[in-house]
Ligand binder design. Structure first.
Ligand SMILES: Cc1ncc(COP(=O)(O)O)c(C=O)c1O
Length: 385
């Protein structure tokens, strides 16, 4: 069975649940199984746990607990931010970037198909949005700006403070998808109106996340039902998941300096070593990057073949984009960065986690030159050709 990889370097896709997180969650599947809306003591116990987790998250973000809306993850949080804003009116203008995660990108596409106007901001060769472009794009009918904090494929960090300040000046709500950035970098919450987070990217469980919604931000709910989360998101709370998200948040913030320093060391070492291979490039910003993501391209190689070959060496990595399209289009992020097509097809994303050790990096660096050479030997394309 292809389970239990020896070397797991795909932490941007998902992370293993931290033992402390699992331990905290287990009672909420067993003895503490109450519905947080029930009035009896089991229900009150579950409610207390949900509210403790909410308070803990709010404390780390320095926001008010009532501003945290638990969701089924970041896809839902992103949809709630974009669609929940747009559905307040029958038209309007949305500004977002070309390198957003599909949860934002396809929400924006959906809005465009319903008659809303969407501006897609270009990025530079490193994947950075310009705050000046945001300023220029804002119109009287702009209802929302949504620019991610850090990119999930190439790791580039956006000038979130500058963008948020412009939005504040122009009284336009600002949403950021902080799925990859949360717990890794400082987030300027004073200029952010909405922020999406997912637990499974930070050693928490899958299927839970939240949308931070600044008090006074107007949103139409997408899920209708029992009026949970103060009417902003109906549905019985995922109590074990919410507890897990709280503990995962606590660990991420408490360990942040130490863990991110280690990740930065791995990233620098990887970049130094991988770029020694011929016809190879780094995608994304060399320094203005999330600490856990490094994305490379190898000429004359298909990224998917590279991933499968590394998998044979028991090393789990990714191309960066979940390549679900049958025609194998290159990643929209790499295309937006202007990565040449011959390179965009051969991308490799290496992403580290709290559990990553130097041995993992060394194993990749040992296998990579072998695999790259094997694939180039088989390739109909020639390096430099
Ligand atoms: C930047 C970003 N946004 C949103 C998501 C979606 O999160 P979830 O898996 O919680 O729906 C992901 C996960 O891949 C992501 O990396």
């Amino acid at each position: 069975m292809a389970m239990n990889k020896n070397v797991y370097l795909d932490n941007s896709a998902t992370t293993p649940v931290a033992p402390e997180v699992l331990e905290a969650m287990i009672p909420f599947f067993q003895s503490r199984y109450g519905n947080a809306s029930s009035l009896h003591s089991e229900g009150r116990d579950a409610r207390r746990a949900v509210e403790e987790s909410r308070a803990l998250i709010a404390e780390h973000l320095k926001v008010h607990p009532s501003e945290i809306v638990f969701t089924s993850g970041a896809t839902e949080a992103d949809n709630l931010a974009l669609l929940g804003t747009a559905l307040r009116s029958t038209g309007g203008h949305l500004i977002t970037s070309r390198i957003e995660h599909d949860a934002v990108r396809h929400s924006a596409d959906w809005l465009a198909s319903r008659g809303y106007d969407v501006t897609l901001l270009e990025v530079d060769e490193f994947g950075r949005v310009s705050a000046d472009d945001v300023r220029e794009a804002i119109r009287p009918d702009t209802m929302l700006v949504s620019v991610m904090a850090g990119n999930n494929e190439v790791g580039t960090i956006q000038p979130i403070r500058a963008i948020g300040e412009i939005c504040r000046e122009r009284s336009v709500p600002f949403h950021t998808d902080a799925v990859q950035a949360y717990g890794k970098i400082e987030l300027p919450m004073d200029v952010i109106d909405m922020l999406s987070v997912s637990a499974h990217k930070l050693h928490g469980p899958k299927g839970v996340g939240f949308l931070y919604v600044r008090k006074g931000t107007k949103l139409t709910p997408l899920l209708h039902g029992g009026g949970h989360e103060h009417g902003r998101r109906s549905g019985t709370e995922n109590v074990p998941g919410i507890v897990g998200l709280g503990v995962a948040t606590q660990i991420a913030f408490e360990e942040r300096d130490r863990v991110t320093q280690r990740m930065e060391g791995f990233r620098e070492y990887l970049i130094q070593e991988v770029l020694k291979l011929p016809a190879t490039r780094l995608n994304g910003h060399p320094t203005e990057s999330l600490p856990h993501i490094a994305n490379f391209s190898f000429e004359a190689i298909e990224g998917e073949s590279l991933i499968m070959k590394l998998d044979e060496h028991h090393i789990a990595t990714s191309t960066g984009s979940a390549c679900s399209s049958p025609n194998l289009e290159p990643s929209h992020v790499l295309v937006a960065l202007g990565v040449p097509l011959s390179m965009a097809h051969g991308s490799l994303r290496v992403s580290t986690g709290r559990q990553t050790m130097q041995d993992d990096i060394d194993a990749l660096l040992k296998a990579l030159p072998i695999v790259v050479q094997e694939l180039r030997d088989m390739s109909p394309f020639k390096v430099g050709g």
